[in-house]
Structure formats: structure tokens, C-alpha cells
Design a protein around this ligand. Structure first.
Ligand code: TMP
Length: 208
């Protein structure tokens, strides 16, 4: 990637508050006069949003694990081509609610033996990592209750239950050990405004 802006992703289990934090950071940067693109995965471009509906709605057993990984990568490639890369090329700050770490953790937790497939596919068709990733860490039970209470109609993964959410939480914490310079763990058990200030302070040092 040549001259570029800053790519920030937010990760965490369903109901962790990461979407709120992604929005608050984007608002904070925009208020400071920055060119900001707030986006999300799966989705973030018209084609990728169409793929999102195939992924997050319906029967949890709708796709094989392999097909699901391909769909997430198809959506991500479209998102990267149409939204993320053009924004970075013009020097914008991109704030994405989820990116490739979600595939590493969600699809890797579902079947650990699939992690090599996830990694190889990522290298082949994506090949980009955020500059900075915030994992909003949260008790799995509290997060699950919050997520399901939303009744968004997008509960395909949340319906996999508490054990799955706990494994996901452990997966995100492990990711911070795997990528210590990029991935930062944020204590999500605080008031949203306090978390937002913590995040904004950490971002400040990385702004172009
Ligand atoms: P969201 O609730 O943050 O909008 O994400 C939608 C669901 O998709 C969520 O349960 C996590 C799941 N997901 C994956 O399993 N793999 C991925 O690569 C991404 C981006 C999301």
C-alpha cells in the first residue's frame, strides 16, 4: 500500500459494545476535522452487504464452515476494493466494525482445523491488516444477553450459545498475543464514554 491514511478495526464478541465504540471514535475524529470512513463487516459496500444477508440470517447450519469462510472473504474483498482501499488511498481514516480477525476467531473457533484455510485464503485474496485493532473485551454472558435482547434478526451466530461466546472471547484474547503490536485489548466493562476516551487517546499517537 502506498501513501495511505489509517486503518482501524474494532473486534469483539456479539454484544461487547464494539459497534458503539466504532461509532463514537468515528464521530470523535470527524468532529476534529478528519476525513473518516465508518464501515462494517460483513458488508461495507453494496455487494458485500448483499453477501452479509446470506451470512447473518437464517439457520445456523445453513452453510458448511468452508463455504462460510469463502463468503466472508468474498464480502471482504468487495469491501476492500470498493470502500477501504479508495479511502486509505486518499488519506482518510477508516474505522471498521470487524475485519479479518473476526474470521480468524469465529470460523477458527467453530473448527480449529480450519485456521490454516482461513490464513491461506486471507493471504491470497485480502493480504491487508489494519494498522490498529481494538478488541472490546467483555464477560460472555453479559454480552450474549445484550446481543440477543436486540432481536436484530441477525442472530445466526449468537444462537450458537454461551459456550461458543466464551470460546470466542478466549479467541480474541489469544489474537492479542499473536499480534501484540497491532491488537489492543480494551476493558469493555466500563461506561461507554470512558471506553471511548481510552480508545481516542490510543488512536491519537497513530494519526498521520
Ligand atoms: P455483527 O453482529 O458485528 O454485525 O457481525 C455479524 C455476525 O457475523 C457476528 O455474529 C460475527 C459474524 N462474523 C463471522 O463469523 N466472521 C466474520 O469474518 C465476520 C466479519 C463476522
Amino acid at each position: 500500500m502506498g501513501a495511505r491514511g489509517l486503518f482501524i478495526s474494532f473486534e469483539g464478541i456479539d454484544g461487547s459494545g464494539k459497534s458503539t465504540q466504532a461509532r463514537l471514535l468515528a464521530e470523535h475524529l470527524a468532529a476534529a476535522g478528519r476525513d473518516v470512513v465508518a464501515t462494517r463487516e460483513p458488508g461495507g459496500a453494496p455487494g458485500a452487504e448483499a453477501i452479509r444477508r446470506l451470512l447473518v440470517e437464517g439457520d445456523p447450519a445453513r452453510w458448511s464452515a468452508e463455504t462460510e469462510i469463502l463468503l466472508f472473504n468474498a464480502a471482504r474483498r468487495d469491501h476492500l476494493e470498493r470502500t477501504i482501499q479508495p479511502a486509505l488511498d486518499r488519506g482518510a481514516v477508516v474505522v471498521s466494525d470487524r475485519f479479518a480477525d473476526s474470521t480468524r476467531v469465529y470460523q477458527g473457533v467453530a473448527r480449529a482445523s480450519l485456521r490454516p484455510l482461513v490464513d491461506r485464503l486471507h493471504d491470497l485474496v485480502i493480504g491487508v491488516e489494519p494498522d490498529l485493532t481494538f478488541v472490546i473485551d467483555m464477560d460472555a454472558r453479559a454480552a450474549l444477553e445484550r446481543g440477543l435482547a436486540r432481536r436484530s434478526g441477525e442472530d445466526r451466530f449468537e444462537e450458537l450459545g454461551l459456550g461458543f461466546q466464551e470460546a470466542l472471547r478466549a479467541g480474541f484474547l489469544a489474537l492479542a498475543r499473536e499480534y501484540p503490536t497491532r491488537v489492543q485489548i480494551i476493558d469493555g466493562a466500563r461506561a461507554p464514554e470512558v471506553i471511548a476516551q481510552d480508545v481516542a487517546a490510543r488512536v491519537k499517537a497513530h494519526l498521520p
